[in-house]
Design a protein around this ligand. Structure first.
Ligand code: AMP
Ligand code: ZN
Length: 138
C-alpha cells in the first residue's frame, strides 16, 4: 500500500515548510493555501481522523494550535478559522488527521469556508437528534 503523504513528511522523505514541531506534533504550511499562513497541524503518530486519533495526540495538536495562532499574530489576522475534516464524505483528501489553521488577513475578503446561511431548524427534530447522539455517548 502506498504510504501516507503526511507520514512521509514526518519522516523527512518529502519536504515541507515547517512552522512548529514537538515530540507528538508537526505543523507546516499548506501548499494550496486558502490564505497566507494556512497551516496544517498533524500528530506524528498516524491516525486517519478524529475517530481514530488517540487522546494524547489530539490534546497535543490542540495545544500546538494555540501556540501557532498566537504566533500568527505577526500576520495581522482579523481571525483564524480552525477546520478539520473527517471522512471522504466531507472532502477529507489526506487520510492522516490534520487541523487546518486558516487566518483571515486584515484587509482581505472573508474566507470562503466561514460563511453559511442560518436557517431556523425544527426544534422537535433537533431535540430528537440531540437525544439520539447523547444516548450513544460512551
Ligand atoms: P483535507 O484532507 O481536504 O482536509 O486537506 C488536505 C490538505 O493537505 C489540502 O489543503 C492540501 O493542500 C494539503 N496538502 C496535501 N499535500 C500536501 C503537502 N505535501 N504539503 C503541504 N500540504 C499538503
Ligand atoms: Zn500518515
Amino acid at each position: 500500500m502506498e504510504e501516507c503523504i503526511f507520514c512521509k513528511i514526518i519522516k523527512g522523505e518529502i519536504p515541507c515548510f515547517k512552522v512548529y514541531e514537538d515530540e507528538r506534533v508537526l505543523a507546516f504550511e499548506d501548499i494550496n493555501p486558502v490564505s497566507t499562513g494556512h497551516t496544517l497541524v498533524i500528530p506524528k503518530r498516524h491516525a486517519k481522523d478524529l475517530w481514530e486519533i488517540q487522546g494524547e495526540d489530539l490534546a497535543a495538536v490542540q495545544l500546538a494550535s494555540k501556540k501557532i495562532i498566537q504566533a500568527m499574530r505577526v500576520l495581522d489576522p482579523t481571525g483564524v478559522a480552525c477546520v478539520q475534516l473527517n471522512g471522504r464524505g466531507v472532502n477529507q483528501v489526506v487520510m492522516h488527521y490534520h487541523l487546518h489553521l486558516i487566518p483571515r488577513i486584515s484587509g482581505k475578503p472573508p474566507l470562503p469556508i466561514t460563511g453559511w446561511e442560518l436557517r431556523q431548524g425544527d426544534l422537535k427534530e433537533i431535540k430528537k437528534t440531540a437525544d439520539k447522539i447523547a444516548s450513544a455517548i460512551k
